[in-house]
Design a protein around this ligand. Structure first.
Ligand SMILES: *[C@@H]1O[C@H](CO)[C@@H](O)[C@H](O)[C@H]1NC(C)=O
Ligand SMILES: *[C@@H]1O[C@H](CO)[C@@H](O)[C@H](O)[C@H]1NC(C)=O
Length: 488
């Protein structure tokens, strides 16, 4: 019985393949001659024709379309109209054509007549109207596109999204409106989209001053929301309350000054949060409530933080990637990463003002693979500091620090040596140097002359003298070096 069942299944599969193959064979596609559709070009792709018309006008394009209309069963997989002069798309221009992906890009398009696209609505899956002159969403022209998956309206001049602007696009999964002039989104702007289909929404590069909470509320299965490069200056609890499935939220390059308590509390599925490039000085200890179970990527770089917001971060026990670059962090307390550091694999502290690393500051970073301390004010990075992380570390950048060559730095060459044994991964090409105060010259950190420095310790073997002694020697000579540097 079972064998028979299996045989039946295989027969069915075979039959399906046959049907599909004949189906494809029927639409074996042939391009018209270039002369017939000039100035457009045609090439044959696996799934149909690819037609490109550039630097021309509606008259020439209409002529090419009428040649294509004369051929039955053509599948135009791509129709790309770029850099043309097409201020207005007339009704029925594509009537009778089977177009799957339509691009009208950089073509001064300002008006789409109501019936310009309706005739291709049963086959069109992607529509790209980017870099044109649209001043509003051309809703009437979009209403019959019941198979559309992707709509790209980037780089137009849309200032507002009115209620039900996308009504009829009930299969839409990706909507991008990047770099328009949007300052207002009406509460029912996204009503009429099937709210269980839309997965990605890009509202970046606009003029929004606040989160359009009401409009977003219905997008209950949205995965990715991009709001970067707007003018948002405050966010508050409840702003994201409807976005229960959100996986990724981009708020980079806005004007945020603080991250208040509970503001993301509804985003329990959130995996990635970008807050870089704001003016954030304060992160409330309860700012990240709700993100405990899923947040892995957090970007807080290019802000104005004066310390690691450890109290807020402590609840993020899944955090892997923490970017705090280019802030104004001067001091790292010893407990900066306690309570949540275990899961961190990537930590970026570059371009801060850190002067001292307390001996146990990285003690909890048991999974750390990448550490960036480039461009800080560190004269010393002691062996104790790195002891707990050298085993897992694969990349470290300590360049652009005022490092003094002292015995404490010998962990670096040991680590580098071990790394080469373990795998072939190349270290950053940049030269990591320290200054040898007594000789007024620089050495590559991996080649400091430990023997001449009288170093002793765990990794030095034959050398003997305490690391503290060495540090004292350096500290004592530091003013001399600074004096010399100033005089030079
Ligand atoms: C846009 O199209 C015009 C021709 O209409 C062309 O001169 C210009 O270079 C194009 N711009 C871009 C950015 O491609
Ligand atoms: C960085 O912090 C110091 C004080 O800790 C302050 O004087 C300085 O203005 C801050 N820098 C910036 C760019 O805010």
């Amino acid at each position: 019985m079972r064998a028979h069942g299996l045989l039946d299944v295989w027969r069915l599969v075979w039959l399906l393949c046959l049907v599909l193959a004949t189906g494809l064979a029927q639409v074996s596609q042939v391009c018209p001659t270039h002369n017939d559709i000039s100035p457009c070009y045609c090439s044959v792709k696996k799934s149909g024709l690819d037609i490109v018309c550039e630097i021309t006008d509606m008259q020439h394009i209409s002529k090419a379309m009428s040649v294509l209309k004369g051929r039955p069963n053509l599948v135009i997989f791509y129709l790309r109209l770029r850099h043309n002069n097409l201020p207005k798309l007339q009704g029925y221009v594509f009537l009778g054509l089977d177009i799957r992906h339509l691009t009208i890009h950089n073509s001064s398009l300002a008006v789409l007549e109501e019936s310009s696209l309706s005739s291709i609505g049963s086959a069109l899956t992607q529509l790209d109207l980017s870099q044109n002159s649209l001043s509003s969403v051309p809703s009437p022209a979009l209403r019959d596109l019941h198979h559309l998956l992707i709509l790209n309206l980037n780089r137009n001049k849309i200032a507002a999204i009115h209620n039900k602007a996308f009504e009829g696009l009930d299969t839409l999964e990706i909507l991008t409106l990047y770099e328009n002039k949007i300052s207002s989104i009406e509460p029912d702007a996204f009503k009429g989209l099937d709210n269980r289909r839309l997965k990605r929404l890009n509202l970046g590069g606009n003029e929004l001053a606040r989160i359009p909470t009401q409009a977003l509320n219905s997008l209950e299965l949205l995965k990715k929301l991009e709001l970067q490069e707007n003018h948002i200056s405050t966010i508050e609890e409840g702003d994201f309350e409807g976005l229960k499935a959100l996986d990724s939220l981009g708020l980079a390059h806005n004007h945020l000054r603080e991250v208040p308590a509970r503001v993301f509390s509804h985003l329990t599925q959130l995996n990635s949060l970008e807050l870089d490039g704001n003016q954030i000085t304060h992160v409330d200890p309860n700012a990240f409530i709700g993100l405990e179970e899923n947040l892995q990527y957090l970007r807080l770089g290019d802000n104005n933080l004066h310390s690691v917001p450890s109290d807020a971060l402590r609840r993020l026990h899944r955090l892997r990637h923490l970017d705090l670059r280019a802030n104004n962090i001067t001091v790292l307390p010893e407990d900066a990463f306690t309570g949540y550091g275990d899961s961190i694999t990537f930590l970026n502290l570059q371009k801060n003002m850190i002067k001292i690393l307390p001996p146990l500051v990285f003690e909890n970073l048991n999974s750390l693979e990448t550490l960036n301390l480039q461009n800080n004010k560190l004269p010393h990075i002691s062996e104790e500091v790195t002891e707990s992380i050298v085993d897992t570390l694969r990349h470290i950048d300590i360049t652009d620090n005022p490092l003094i060559c002292d015995c404490d730095l010998r962990w670096y060459s040991t680590w580098l040596g071990n790394l080469r044994d373990k795998d072939d991964e190349m270290m950053s090409k940049k030269r990591t140097v320290c200054t040898m105060v007594s000789e007024h010259r620089e050495y590559s950190v991996q080649n400091i002359p430990l023997d001449r420095m009288g170093c002793v310790g765990k990794n030095a073997g034959k050398y003997s003298s305490s690391a503290t002694g060495c540090k004292m020697y350096v500290d004592a000579t530091l003013p001399v070096f600074v004096l010399v540097a100033v005089l030079m």
